[in-house]
Design a protein around this ligand. Structure first.
Ligand code: ZN
Ligand code: FE
Length: 256
């Protein structure tokens, strides 16, 4: 199975999975990069997975329909261009012979879902939209810090080797923020150097791995004493993980 990140807009990735004949794409905000890839590799579009309703994730769907030979899957509780197959927490779907489980992960949007692969010989895949980014998380447009904490905790509990396919190339900016939160985190420093080198070559820093994110992502580390202390210094008025996450998110919003 081939996995690639098709760049779109300024910093989006449209993830494409294909087996040499059939392809599925995730969050096609723009049809053009998808059509280009399909034509270049002679692929049929067998399905579209959608994580949430934002335009940079759904904007290309209608333009892709004439080429589509399968369903659009999307979150049941969001407005996705119809028709689509509405998905709920715990649903499973089979895509190019891979089985994915649906996780409802509210926070960035109210009905955001993620697709976590459940089987296969390669390291499992996670398509997490704008919920989990490498070294960061999505902004809380429609959800609460408590919801985002629960959502991120579910994703963090996936197998360590899970390949984390996020929808934006925000890694370097997130790593700068992570350095402010945990200056002494050596895993974070090492990953920063690695990602700087990738970006210098014009390569994506993604997919990441869940095991790595547990080590470097401050939003998955809200119970670490250093992270709690950093959040406290930014005004968090408690040590619990939700309070810490809320303070980190507000701090990040200010430092962009
Ligand atoms: Zn979004
Ligand atoms: Fe987005």
């Amino acid at each position: 199975m081939n996995l690639s990140a098709l760049p779109a807009f300024a910093d989006n990735y449209i993830w494409m999975l294909h087996d040499g004949t059939q392809a599925v794409v995730v969050d096609p905000g723009d049809a053009a990069p998808v059509l280009q890839a399909l034509d270049r590799d002679g692929l049929q579009l067998a399905g579209i997975l959608v994580t949430h309703h934002h335009a940079d994730h759904v904007g290309g769907i209608d333009a892709l329909r004439p080429r589509l030979r399968g369903p659009v899957w999307g979150p049941a509780h969001e407005r996705i261009p119809a028709p689509f197959v509405p998905l709920h927490d715990g649903d499973t779907l089979d895509v190019l012979g891979l089985r994915f489980c649906v996780l409802e992960v509210p926070g960035h949007t109210a009905g955001h879902i993620a697709y976590a692969q459940q089987d296969g010989v390669d390291a499992p895949l996670l398509f997490c939209g704008d919920t989990l980014f490498s070294a960061g998380c999505g902004r809380l447009f429609e959800g609460t810090p408590a919801q985002m904490h629960k959502s991120l905790s579910r994703l963090a509990a996936l197998p360590a080797d899970t390949r984390v396919c996020c929808t934006h190339e925000y890694t370097l900016s997130n790593l700068r923020f992570a350095a402010a939160v945990e200056p002494g985190n050596t895993a974070r420093a090492a990953h920063d150097a690695h990602c700087q080198a990738l970006r210098a070559e014009g390569l994506p820093t993604l997919p990441s791995r869940i095991g790595l994110e547990r080590q470097i992502n401050p939003f998955l580390r809200c119970t670490e004493p250093t992270v709690i202390a950093a959040a406290r210094a930014q005004g968090a008025d408690g040590d619990d993980a939700v309070t810490v996450l809320a303070a980190l998110r507000e701090w990040k919003n200010r430092t962009r």
